[in-house]
Structures are given as C-alpha cells and as structure tokens.
Design a protein around this ligand. Structure first.
Ligand code: FES
Length: 312
C-alpha cells in the first residue's frame, strides 16, 4: 500500500534534471532500502512512475530521487517538473529492489544519463567497502549529467566521465571492458543503446546486471493460450484469455494488481507464484530467477500449465 509522503525540497541538478526529497509528514522514519531500490510515485494525473532512490540509505528520514524531464514525456516526468513543489503530498509505494548490488571481487559501474541514479547509490556503498571498483559515467554533455560533483568526491580517480560532445561520440566500450578480469560484475543502467553496447562488448567470465528504462522490444512471444489463475488468499479463479494479460484478466474480476510500466521492466507487478509453470516474458528477472519460478511479472508473463496459483 502506498504511503503519503511530503516533498521536503526540490533542487535543480542539471539540464532537465530535478532532485526531489520526500519525507513522512509526521516525521516518522521511512523503510530502509539498499542500492538499486526504487519507489513508485502515484501521481495525481493517474500515472504511476518508478524512480530509483539515489540518496544516502543512512538517512532514514529522506527518500531522494532525481527525475529527468523526458523530451517525449507521457505525462509523468513533465508533471513532476511542472507541478511537484515543496510541500506537495502524494502517495509513494516501496521501496522495491530488482537491481541489487551483487557481491563480487571487483565491480565496474556504468551509468548513462539519468541511469546514474541507482548507480550513485551503488558507488556510495562501494566507496565504503574493501572491493576494487570503478565507474564509467556517460552522457551527451556535462551540462545534463547530474551528480558529477558528488561522484567526483566519492570515486576520485576511479571515475571516468565520458561526455559525447567532448569526444565526438560515445565511448569505446570494447576497449574499456576488455581489461576486466573474470569474476568482475558490471552493473549498468542507462538508455538502450548503451546497454546493448555493453552487452556486445562484455568479455567472457564477466557478469552483467542491467536496469532498463523501457522494454528493449516487444515482450518475448510464445504460444498464446488461455489458462486459469487462482488467487490463493480468496480462492478466486479467473480465466485468462489468450488475448489478454493476467493483470487485465484480474482487473476485469475486480482484483487490482499494482502496475507501472506494463512492459515487464519495472517489477511493480511482481507476484509470488505458489504453483503452476510461469512463462516468463519480462526484462526484470535473470535466467536463474526465472528458472526458480518463485515470482513472475503479471503484466507480460503468461503460463505454460493449465493453472497458475498466485499469492494474491
Ligand atoms: Fe512494470 Fe509489470 S508493471 S513489470
């Protein structure tokens, strides 16, 4: 359930990027979170938008997000930039984490543009630990790259900043990644071209964790057959037609599942599976998580068995 939080302060950070600090109006502490976590803002225009927490987890009274005003905003980032001011209150849900910082002998963090938000929280944690790490922060121009000063202080010479307008184009990722040793984990968040370039340049033995802003393409397809979903809590059985999503079928039956992206990217609709064989079509879970079949994204994933029992 969302909690109503108050905007404590907004701060301009960079071109088209504003920071929003949220606090409980009663002064109560907020739930703890770890790097990679995000929260859902329930905007008064009916939209639900996910934003990574980028503040300091040790500050238990403030959740900090940074929002890029998208040039093709569908109504979320524009509303935040134009209407959200200090003192505004709105429902916020979370934190939820589908992009945890993995343990590794060595880390490389790669951020593109506003993808710096979860990566900043990771850098903060790695800066206090013993493991070697470094970071590549890419953007079109430094004027649009938030947190450059904070990161310089945290990472010092571990930070490489690549502004396309200073180098005549994007970074040479093959050269950058070729020196990584086996066991290194790369965490990357940014626009799709950056993620695809990192995937293409990844050396053997190096693990990659990514967080995407949007689905890289249509959700994976497969046999389109109907099946039944059973909500374990109430025993309600809902038939899901071949042409509709589980979320839509449940909604038709009066069972609301929280959603945001509806593209299998954000993890908002992640739900525990009690029995049945999920047909995972999302971009959140990795292969191991999909194989364990513990949870699934109800906005895009389907079912290979005749029945799916969910923890609803
Ligand atoms: Fe975003 Fe389902 S609503 S993954």
């Amino acid at each position: 359930m969302p909690t109503t939080l108050r905007v404590h302060r907004t701060t301009w950070l960079a071109d088209r990027v504003t920071q929003v600090e949220l606090r409980d109006p009663t002064g109560a502490p907020l739930p703890a979170w770890e790097p990679g976590a995000h929260v859902s803002l329930h905007l008064p225009n009916g939209l639900v938008r996910e934003y990574s927490l980028c503040g300091d987890p040790a500050d238990t009274h403030t959740w900090t997000i940074a929002v890029l005003r998208e040039s093709a905003s569908r109504g979320g980032s524009a509303w935040v930039h134009e209407r959200l001011t200090a003192g505004s209150e709105l429902p916020v849900e979370g934190p939820r984490n589908t992009f945890e910082l993995l343990d590794a002998p060595e880390h490389l963090l790669i951020a593109g543009g506003i993808g710096v938000t979860p990566i900043l929280a990771m850098a903060r944690q790695l800066a206090t630990g013993p493991s070697p790490w470094s970071m590549l922060y890419c953007g079109r121009s430094r004027t649009g790259m938030a947190f450059l000063d904070v990161l310089s202080g945290l990472a010092d010479d571990r930070l490489e900043v690549h502004a396309d307008d200073e180098h005549g184009g994007p970074p040479d990722l093959a050269a950058k990644l070729s020196g990584l040793g086996p066991g290194t984990v790369v965490h990357c968040c940014g626009p799709e071209p950056l993620i695809r370039a990192v995937e293409a340049a990844l050396p053997h033995g190096v693990q990659l964790r990514v967080e995407r802003f949007r689905a890289p393409g249509p959700a994976a397809s497969g046999p389109a057959a109907g099946f039944d979903v059973v909500c374990a809590g109430s025993g309600t059985r809902v038939a899901v037609a071949a042409s509709e999503s589980i979320v839509d079928a449940l909604g038709r039956a009066g069972i609301a599942v929280p959603t945001s992206c509806r593209e299998g990217v954000c993890g908002t609709c992640e739900t525990k599976v009690l029995s049945g064989e999920p047909d995972h079509r999302d971009f959140v879970l990795d292969d191991d998580e999909k194989a364990s079949a513990g949870t699934m994204m109800l906005c895009v994933s389907r079912c290979r068995s005749a029945e799916l029992v969910l923890d609803l």
